[in-house]
Design a protein around this ligand. Structure first.
Ligand SMILES: NC(=O)c1ccc[n+]([C@@H]2O[C@H](COP(=O)([O-])OP(=O)(O)OC[C@H]3O[C@@H](n4cnc5c(N)ncnc54)[C@H](O)[C@@H]3O)[C@@H](O)[C@H]2O)c1
Length: 249
């Protein structure tokens, strides 16, 4: 980052996977992080590893407004404010890679509550603190599936791109920038355990230019850019970090 200010980042789903990689990088850069996660044991382990002076574990189910508000209040009590919101928590396993009429209405509501409304809940609760920061930043995690959007998961990730534009417009006068990352398949434990090998190979061979699976570390440079003053003239954008997906010329 271009200045030395230590910032506070509220990271949903920060206990594991991509969110944890972001937490590690931000702490290494001298910032403080809140691991706002539905899994308290995982968040507490991560916070202990990162150090109590730098990391706070907070129970947060992004689909539940009350728990989001409580996690935001705990953050402000502990660290004095919030400079960065990273909307990373999401449902993403293969069970959601299904045609849109093949899941029940109840299941649709469940994934929409987490992947879409969860971002609205967090943005709403963090807004006054991001405004007070003066140069607040929101970064949401979509997916390359948000560009093809042929299944339930992809539709929710397309909505994350739409929310990025809508929130960028709604929060512009508060000095809050809102951007989005769209990763290709990454090496998180959850994704590795769930994604069939043949699907992953097909994706890498036929949809990417860089023929390997993405690593969560591949996302860190873009995350740092969008969360820092380096990108102070950028808002409402989605950046694909997907090894050249979808073979654009
Ligand atoms: N892993 C990939 O290949 C990949 C690719 C593209 C996009 N993404 C997106 O990146 C994000 C993170 O993926 P990941 O693979 O790191 O996930 P993960 O499953 O490894 O970790 C997700 C974390 O979020 C927490 N969580 C789950 N539901 C929650 C909720 N309702 N509220 C708060 N916390 C919750 C979990 O406890 C966990 O700690 C997701 O939004 C996913 O859609 C992942």
């Amino acid at each position: 980052m271009t200045d030395d200010r230590s910032r506070v980042a509220f990271i949903t789903g920060g206990a594991r996977g991509i969110g944890r990689t972001f937490a590690d990088a931000l702490v290494a850069d001298g910032h403080r992080v809140v691991l706002a996660d539905a899994s308290v044991p995982d968040a507490e382990i991560a916070a202990a590893e990162l150090g109590a002076d730098r990391a706070l574990a907070a129970y947060c189910d992004v689909a539940d407004e009350d728990s989001v508000r409580a996690a935001v209040d705990a953050t402000v009590d502990r660290f004095g404010g919030i400079d960065i919101l990273i909307n990373n928590a999401g449902r993403h396993l293969m069970s959601w890679s299904r045609p849109v009429t093949d899941v029940t209405t109840e299941a649709w509501r469940d994934i929409l509550d987490v992947n879409v409304l969860g971002i609205v809940n967090c943005a709403r609760a963090c807004r006054p603190h991001l405004r007070a920061a003066g140069d607040g930043a929101i970064l949401s995690v979509s997916s390359v599936s948000g560009f093809t959007s042929t299944d339930v998961y992809g539709v929710t990730k397309l909505a994350v791109r739409g929310l990025t534009v809508a929130l960028a417009k709604a929060f512009a006068d508060d000095g809050i920038r809102v951007n989005c990352l769209a990763p290709g398949p990454m090496d998180t434990a959850a994704a590795l355990a769930d994604l069939p090998d043949e699907l992953l190979t097909e994706f890498i061979e036929n949809k990417q230019l860089i023929r390997r699976q993405g690593r969560t570390a591949d996302l860190v440079g873009a995350m740092r850019f969008f969360c820092s003053p380096e990108s102070s003239f950028v808002t409402g954008e989605t950046l694909i970090v997907g090894g050249g997906f979808p073979l654009r010329v």
